[in-house]
Design a protein around this ligand. Structure first.
Ligand SMILES: [Zn+2]
Length: 311
């Protein structure tokens, strides 16, 4: 081999090596705290990043206990998205001490998120279940896109295109849900856990109360007596439980008072992971609302009928 060719070969080998090291180092380690936020990161990062989910959807996000592997995941992250200390209470300290090298994005702290105040015994704090309003999901998509572009400008055009697709899907979802929920929007219901005020407000639904409070804590015997009176007086049609919350009280009220049981799911338990996961979580909730609240269900109706949303 002539000396020049050897030099060229060596240089190109060096460059190839350098390039692959560079590419490997560039792969962003993106962590999302809970499944609906993870779903939106999947949508914006589609084809570029492989995000990691911190809390399994079967756990209650309000009192999640961190395992050693979770601590490592936080420690190694380049970007970490979470709702905020009002939501993932047990994460606050770990994020402050472990995610020192990461870009930590506290979604509730962003001014583009519309917050609903929540009155509890400690005064007024915002309801942390922010993703259950589609307008907040659109804002979260923009925050995720901006954050990913900031750390990985080389893939800017992909993130921007993905964000646009995701926002269009969410806006079309909202139009479908408004139409779909119209026949049941005045039908009174109660929920197991007081976590659905964003959904209730955005679609003008008629929630009359809840069994446990916003953090999933028992609200006491007096509260249950009052709730039963409301259920009777206002002819509440349905009690919605959740997959990850025990609901012995809901079952007993349902049996005693002849109120139907339904299930809402803010987290997307057991649903396939894909860029449309967020939309499917919301559609699942829309179907659950219609099924339990509608006394004359129309089996042909489906939130996806107008404009089918690709999986
Ligand atoms: Zn909650």
């Amino acid at each position: 081999m002539p000396p020049l060719k050897i030099i060229v070969t060596v240089i190109s080998l060096l460059l190839a090596g350098a390039h692959s090291t560079y590419a490997a180092a560039k792969e962003l380690r993106v962590v999302a705290s809970i499944r609906p936020i993870y779903a939106l990161v999947l949508a914006v990062g589609d084809g570029v990043i492989t995000p990691q989910l911190l809390m399994p959807e079967s756990a209650s996000a309000h009192d999640f206990q961190l395992r050693a592997s979770d601590a490592k995941m936080i420690e190694k992250s380049d970007i970490l998205f979470w709702v905020g200390p009002e939501m993932e209470k047990s994460l606050a300290k770990s994020i402050a001490t472990l995610a020192t090298g990461a870009d930590v994005v506290t979604l509730m702290g962003d001014q583009s998120i519309a917050l609903i105040p929540y009155d509890d015994s400690d005064g007024s704090a915002p309801d942390p279940h922010i993703w259950l309003a589609t307008r907040n999901a659109v804002a979260i998509v923009d925050i995720i896109s901006k954050t990913l572009i900031n750390s990985d400008p080389g893939n800017k055009s992909i993130y921007e295109k993905n964000a646009k697709v995701a926002k269009n899907r969410i806006k079309s979802l909202k139009r479908q849900m408004v139409k779909f929920l119209k026949p049941v929007k005045d039908v009174p219901f109660v929920t197991q856990h007081d976590g659905f005020s964003y959904l209730v407000r955005e679609f003008g639904l008629n929630q009359r109360g809840n069994i446990v409070d916003i953090q999933g804590s028992d609200a006491g015997a007096k509260h249950i007596v009052e709730l039963k009176k409301i259920i009777k007086d206002e002819q509440v049609k349905c009690i919605f439980t959740e997959p990850q919350m025990t609901s012995q009280m809901a079952i007993s009220i349902s049996t005693d008072m002849g109120v139907r049981l339904g299930e809402l799911d803010a987290m997307g338990v057991d649903m396939d992971e894909s860029p449309t996961l967020y939309v499917r979580i919301m559609q699942k909730n829309a179907r659950a609302l219609l099924k339990c609240l509608n006394s004359r269900p129309n089996p042909g109706q489906n939130p996806g009928d107008d404009a089918p949303i690709a999986k």
